[in-house]
Structure formats: structure tokens, C-alpha cells
Ligand binder design. Structure first.
Ligand code: TYD
Ligand code: MG
Length: 430
């Protein structure tokens, strides 16, 4: 059935094949014993490093053998480029690149453009699942890329490539192959307009690791993040720049997210935030204008909309700054999406600075989470934020008092302005 008569959605029916094998005999069932956990051998994980530092950082130090990884992203963001570069740079491992989207000639041209000479890279243009399974069984490669899962096709499943049933079948079978052979299998997946990984959520449940490759079109930089990781952290970010010769790593990305204006502008605050264990200095901009609408507009790009509302409520209730008649727009420069609550203070200061049309002092960075009573709450790892600010030539750092107390005073070259409340933060620098 094409359309579900209950929910009205298209292409949601999944074929379940009925397995008519006999139930196993009781003897067979009895031979299946649970074990004490201590009796299970634990080999230390020998991770497969790609030699691309930013990629290895996001996976938690390299790919784990026998794992199935999904790399998802918008078309054209650079998924194929990243994986081809990873294949070509692999240390002490050989790679197999299975392409269902590009011909082998196109792959060759791309590899030349990336000036990689991949002698240990094997390629295969195929979309039929049985043939791919066979190729994987014969191949010596321990790193396999399948580009993309939406082109795979199994004739035993009666629906077109890219459909829920096909994608699920392919993922389940590839997982089997990965587990039984110990190969790392990375599948490419597309993201739909709504930002969902095309096909089903079920794909995310099957695989061990989900990586997202993102980039705003007007910018050349790309961000890689782990959404799910059975073998490592999520929240680590990897930064890349798309150049004419492929993706280049950006180990020091802070410079991207600051504008280097000599003149101080109102409505701009610099935040020392942390994504994973990586510090970043980002610029927050706000614009506050009298509203001509009955319901004023509020928008924030790159940060949680509900936190913006909370910050505005605190500004109104605790500091008497009423923005009820104003439209408000806020933005993280560079198109980055962040969820570190330490950004609260910068958002609040940018708003107040815009509202009063009064710039913050130059070379000043801030961090701190705002509580509902208007208190500044400490955030994690203040030391790392401080070092990053210092490295980028910041002179003054406004931070929660509780954080300042934990910093050892050695080798601090910036002036620390510890404050307990948002109101005190305002009087300290505005
Ligand atoms: P691609 O890896 O094909 O994207 P995806 O597989 O995610 O769809 O990269 C596509 C874009 O990257 C394309 O618009 C061209 C650009 N690009 C470069 O700028 N430099 C390069 O060296 C390469 C290979 C691609
Ligand atoms: Mg591609």
C-alpha cells in the first residue's frame, strides 16, 4: 500500500518477511547460557585512526573496528570529499570505497583534485546489496565507505532504493557484516530539507555512531559533530574549511567567529564558550528596535530560542529592562550552532548594549550561565576558556565569581572581573 490509511503518510509501509523455520528445539535453547560479566574477555579497543585529526577527535580517537557509522549531511556539504580524503590518508590500513552515486572515473578525477595518491585505496561502483556483501567478504580492506545508503538495493525487498524498507534492510545487513568481519563501515546518508536524516529514524538506531557534517552555504567552513557515539563522546566538534584542493583542517577555529573591527559597536559581545572540550571565542550580536507589530518579533540564530526568552524575562523582571515593545534579533556570528549555557551572559550583554546603544569595552570576553533570580552560575572548565581568551589577545574577562575562585592565579595575564549577579555584570562593563 502506498499510503497509510491511518496516518495518511506516504511510503511508510514496511514489508516484514515471515520466517517459517521451526522453533529451535529445547536442547538448543538450553545451551544458551548467560555469563557472569567478569567472564567476558575485554580486549582494549584498537582504534583505526584516519590521520585526519579533526575527524579522529570527533569519533573519540579513531573508528572502532566492527562498527557501523553513519555520516549524514546536506547534499554538497563535502561528505564524499571527507571520506575520500580519509581513505587516502589511512595509516596502516587499506580502504574500499563503494560508490553508488559517482562513476569510478569521477572518483578518480576527484582523487586527483585532492592530490591524494591512494595506492591502498580500492574502488567499486555498485548498488546491489548482495554484490556488495560478496565484495566485502572477499576484500582485505578494513575501512569501507558506502556512498550512499540511499542508493543501495536489495532485490528481495519489493520497494525502490531509498525507501524505508530498503534503507533498513541495507543497514541491518551491513551491521552484520561489520560485526562479523571487524571492518569499519561508514555509510553516507542524506539529510532532508527538514533537517532529518532521510529515510527513517530507524537508521540512527541501528548504527553505532552518527556523525553530522554541517556548513552554512555562504561560508567555506564545515563542522563535523557526533550526534550519537557508542564508543566515545558526543559534543566534540571538528572544524574544516572547503578549499579548491579539498577539506583543510582548522585546528584553531576561533578566528572564524569573531569580526576584527577596530571600532566598538553596540550590540556586540564576545563569549568564551566550550563545545565538548574545545574552547571557542564567538561573537554574539543583537539588534533591538521599537516594534511596529502587535506581537513583537524575537529571533535568535545559533542558540536555543527558549533560553533567549528566559534571558529576556530575567532582564525585565530582575533588572527592569522591559523589551515588551521591541523587536529583538540575535545571532551567533559565522552561522555556528551552540548549546553551551555559558553563552547566556554574552547574549544578555549584547541585548542590553543594543538596547542602550552603548558598546562594550574592546578586548573583553565574557562567560556565565544566568539563573532565574538573575544570579550568575558557574560553568564547567573555566580554565580552558580563560586560556583561549588569553591566546587570542583578550585583555579583560568577565566571569561568574564562583568560577574565578577556582582559577589558579599563576600565569593569568588578563584582568579578571568576577561577578555574582547579572546586574553587577552590567555595571562592571556598561
Ligand atoms: P562533495 O564531497 O561531493 O559533497 P557531498 O558528497 O556531501 O554531496 O562536495 C561537494 C562540493 O564541494 C562541491 O560543491 C564542490 C566542492 N569541492 C571543493 O570546493 N573542493 C574540492 O576539492 C572538492 C572535491 C569539492
Ligand atoms: Mg557525495
Amino acid at each position: 500500500m502506498g499510503r497509510c490509511p491511518v496516518c495518511g503518510e506516504w511510503d511508510t509501509f514496511v514489508e516484514e518477511r515471515h520466517d517459517s523455520r521451526e522453533r529451535p528445539s529445547r536442547e538448543a535453547v538450553r545451551s544458551v547460557h548467560p555469563l557472569p560479566l567478569s567472564a567476558v574477555g575485554a580486549q582494549p579497543l584498537e582504534r583505526l585512526q584516519t590521520g585526519i585529526g579533526e575527524l579522529d577527535r570527533v569519533t573519540g580517537g579513531g573508528f572502532v573496528p566492527g562498527s557501523l557509522v553513519l555520516l549524514a549531511g546536506d547534499p554538497g556539504v563535502g561528505k564524499s570529499t571527507l571520506l575520500l580524503q580519509a581513505c587516502a590518508q589511512l595509516r596502516g590500513a587499506s580502504a574500499l570505497y563503494i560508490s553508488g552515486e559517482e562513476s569510478l572515473e569521477q572518483l578518480r578525477l576527484r582523487a586527483e583534485r585532492l592530490s591524494c595518491a591512494p595506492d591502498q585505496l580500492w574502488v567499486f561502483a555498485e548498488t546491489e546489496l548482495d554484490a556488495i556483501e560478496e565484495a566485502l567478504a572477499q576484500s582485505q580492506a578494513n575501512f569501507v565507505v558506502i556512498d550512499s545508503i540511499h542508493t543501495l538495493y536489495s532485490p528481495t525487498v519489493d520497494s525502490p532504493p531509498g525507501s524505508v524498507a530498503q534503507v533498513r534492510e541495507a543497514a541491518a545487513r551491513l551491521l552484520q557484516v561489520a560485526k562479523s568481519t571487524g571492518k569499519v563501515i561508514v555509510v553516507v546518508g542524506h539529510v532532508t530539507k527538514e533537517g532529518l536524516i532521510a529515510g527513517p529514524k530507524v537508521l540512527e538506531h541501528i548504527v553505532d555512531t552518527v556523525l553530522h557534517f554541517e556548513g552554512e552555504t555562504p561560508y567555506a567552513y564545515r563542522v563535523l559533530r557526533a550526534i550519537k557515539n557508542r564508543f566515545g563522546p558526543t559534543h566534540e566538534l571538528g572544524f574544516f574549511e572547503m578549499t579548491a584542493a579539498g577539506l583543510r583542517e582548522l585546528p584553531n577555529p576561533s578566528a572564524l567567529f569573531m569580526t576584527h573591527e577596530a571600532r566598538a559597536e553596540s550590540g556586540v559581545a564576545l563569549a568564551a564558550v566550550l563545545e565538548g572540550t574545545r574552547p571557542l571565542l564567538v561573537e554574539v550580536q543583537a539588534l533591538v528596535t521599537p516594534s511596529t507589530y502587535a506581537v513583537p518579533q524575537r529571533s535568535i540564530t545559533g542558540y536555543d530560542y527558549r533560553r533567549l526568552h528566559m534571558i529576556m524575562a530575567v532582564l525585565e523582571r530582575r533588572l527592569g529592562i522591559a523589551l515588551r515593545q521591541h523587536d529583538l534579533f540575535a545571532n551567533i556570528v559565522g552561522g555556528l550552532r551552540l548549546d553551551d549555557p555559558a553563552l547566556d551572559l554574552a547574549v544578555a550583554l549584547a541585548i542590553v548594549s543594543a538596547y542602550r546603544d552603548q558598546p562594550l569595552p574592546p578586548q573583553t570576553a565574557v562567560f556565565g550561565e544566568i539563573g532565574l533570580t538573575g544570579e550568575l552560575r558557574p560553568v564547567r572548565l573555566p580554565e580552558i576558556r580563560l586560556r583561549e581568551a588569553q591566546r587570542l589577545g583578550i585583555r579583560r574577562l568577565l566571569l561568574p565569581k564562583a568560577n574565578a575562585e577556582t582559577l589558579s592565579s599563576t600565569a593569568i595575564e588578563v584582568e579578571l572581573l568576577p561577578v555574582e549577579r547579572l546586574s553587577l555584570a552590567l555595571s562592571a562593563i556598561l
